[in-house]
Design a protein around this ligand. Structure first.
Ligand SMILES: Nc1nc2c(c(=O)[nH]1)N[C@H]1C(S)=C(S)[C@@H](COP(=O)(O)O)O[C@H]1N2
Ligand SMILES: [Mo]
Length: 343
């Protein structure tokens, strides 16, 4: 059932987590979704160096061991790709055709980015921090790399990490070995992999993956597109699986998370617009990833649609259908599955 990643594209490699794997407290790394814009670079960790440059008092070059020797912490958090569930948007946007599985959970271990930035000395005029990945493609003789920025306050937040381990193991090549960024609560695009350079800048960054990709563009790409940041509230059902055949009472279960605030409730519908509150496990971390369950005794045999919808502390409830945006980001429409009840 939890057998393997589901490939979405081969070159570059993109693959989804099978939803039943979300029953694990952390997603086993071989089942953790992979989202790559370019081919996976192979980096020798023994020769690896991270450069910290730009508007700093003292540029730094750090080896992996030097970074690991700094204070570190671990947080258990969901990471979801902003394009998850894109294929369910209407009209269907371009881009990698993600079903529901561009989401996983890990224990992220790393050094708070602030530890490193403070050692370099942050210039007075710094507004953003740019993160440059080693991956890229040569376009017209120039290497275009995966680069993204964060506002300085987010970069300095004590939970923003330079990560070297997922689930207690060194990163694998697909997940950014030897070092990646992690910004809890944000969509996955912020978590730059194969980090080779950090640059402190005094004006907003205008890179391709910052100002064109990962923006909620409305009609005609009107200039008021909002850049993507925090994940929206969302519940997923991991059991039963779609099209399952059910005999008698079952437990419907899944996970729920939100990028900011707290999850307030999860409701289940098995018949039209009747919504019943599910049991929600208490939140253990700030970046809540909680399990929920609902005991269901179907009244009679037949085909049913099971839906789960969540509400967060900001009063956001998942919509039944999500409005499309040009590049198909942030689809948090309620998860619906069909099942067949036999007896
Ligand atoms: N260098 C680099 N970092 C990257 C990406 C990338 O293509 N290159 N993809 C981003 C996106 S869109 C997501 S959703 C996450 C996925 O991380 P994962 O492959 O470990 O699941 O990595 C982010 N970091
Ligand atoms: Mo993503």
């Amino acid at each position: 059932m939890n057998d393997s990643l589901k490939p979405v594209t081969n070159c570059p490699f993109n693959a989804e987590t099978p939803l039943p794997a979300l029953a694990h407290p952390v997603t086993p790394i071989p089942l953790f979704y992979v989202r790559n814009h370019f081919d996976t670079p192979q980096i020798d960790g023994n020769r690896y160096q991270l450069q910290i440059e730009g508007a700093v008092a003292q540029p730094l070059v750090l080896t992996l061991d030097q970074i690991k020797a700094l204070p570190s912490k671990t947080s258990r958090t969901v990471m979801e790709c902003a394009g998850n569930a894109r294929i369910y948007m209407n009209p269907r946007p371009p881009g990698t055709p993600w079903n529901m599985g561009a989401i996983s959970v890990a224990d992220w271990t790393g050094t708070p980015l602030a530890e490193v930035l403070q050692r370099a000395g942050i210039g007075n005029e710094v507004v953003e921090v740019v993160f440059v990945g080693a991956d890229g493609e040569v376009v017209e003789g120039k290497k275009m790399k995966y680069e993204r920025s964060l506002p300085l306050n987010i970069a300095l937040h004590s939970d923003t990490l330079l990560v070297w381990a997922m689930n207690g193991e060194p990163l694998t090549p697909h997940h950014g070995y030897p070092l990646r960024l992690f910004v809890p609560g944000w969509y996955g695009m912020a978590a730059v992999k194969w980090l080779e350079q950090i640059r402190l800048i005094t004006r907003p960054f205008e890179g391709y993956f910052q100002t064109y990709h990962y923006v909620y563009w409305g009609d005609d790409y009107a200039p008021d597109g909002e850049p993507l940041q925090q994940m929206q509230v969302r519940a997923l059902i991991y059991t039963p699986v779609p099209n399952a055949t059910i005999d008698g009472p079952v437990t419907i279960a899944g996970i729920v998370w939100t990028g900011t605030g707290a999850v307030m409730r999860v409701e289940i519908s098995t018949e039209g617009e009747y919504w019943h509150e599910a049991d929600l496990e208490p939140a253990t971390t700030t970046y809540s990833m909680q399990c929920w369950r609902y005991a269901w005794s179907p009244a009679q045999p037949g085909r049913y649609t099971i839906r789960a919808r969540a509400t967060d502390s900001r009063g956001h409830t998942q919509p039944l259908a999500q409005r499309s945006n040009q590049l198909g980001y942030g689809n948090n429409a309620v998860h619906a599955i069909q099942v067949h009840v036999r007896s």
